[in-house]
Design a protein around this ligand. Sequence first.
Ligand SMILES: CC(C)(COP(=O)(O)OP(=O)(O)OC[C@H]1O[C@@H](n2cnc3c(N)ncnc32)[C@H](O)[C@@H]1OP(=O)(O)O)[C@@H](O)C(=O)NCCC(=O)NCCS
Length: 185
Amino acid sequence: MIQIRDEIASDIGLRERLLDACFGPGRFLKTSQRLRDGRLPARGLALTATRDDRVVGTVRLWDVETGCGRPALLLGPLAVDPAAQGLGLGGLLMRAALARAGEHGHGAVLLVGDAPYYARFGFAPDRAAGLAMPGPFERERFLGLDLRARALDGANGTLRATGALDTLPAVAAEAAAMAARRQAA
Ligand SMILES: CC(C)(COP(=O)(O)OP(=O)(O)OC[C@H]1O[C@@H](n2cnc3c(N)ncnc32)[C@H](O)[C@@H]1OP(=O)(O)O)[C@@H](O)C(=O)NCCC(=O)NCCS
């Protein structure tokens, strides 16, 4: 049975393995990743696809702001287990994520990805034409979608991250440092 649900803590390791399998280590070098580093996904917008209770797909969206101060979401990464691709899971994840984003009152979604794939959900390069990523990016792969009519009209400038800070890595580093200090004492 296929299910799309909120990501839970026990999905995280499996999600990371899935992303490694789909994108390889180069995924950490992408400019999109700079907008995700140290941040939490937008509230309610980290989704997992399961097939017979096994994690087989993931998508997350992130709070950003355009250079002209307009809020938007950055979508990605989207990935489906290679063994489960072509079954419609990518489409299910995308539609669920976009519906959720609309329900949460978001007006626009941006992403860097394969235009022929994302066109089916309404993403187009012209909606991101006035915008830039904060680092190298391929203009023809930078796409936008208005969830609310004309939300991206006239939007311009370089995206910046606005999501809540992810304090867990700092907490984990502090716990490791404390453990090391205790051992040394
Ligand atoms: C892209 C991806 C998420 C699609 O998931 P999926 O579950 O296989 O997709 P669906 O079953 O919903 O849709 C399959 C359709 O998408 C098309 N498609 C898949 N990847 C595509 C791509 N990169 N470009 C264009 N079309 C693509 C398939 O040809 C198929 O077309 P059809 O409906 O006309 O037969 C998945 O292939 C994946 O994880 N790929 C590796 C990671 C990746 O490239 N992620 C994001 C793309 S930038």
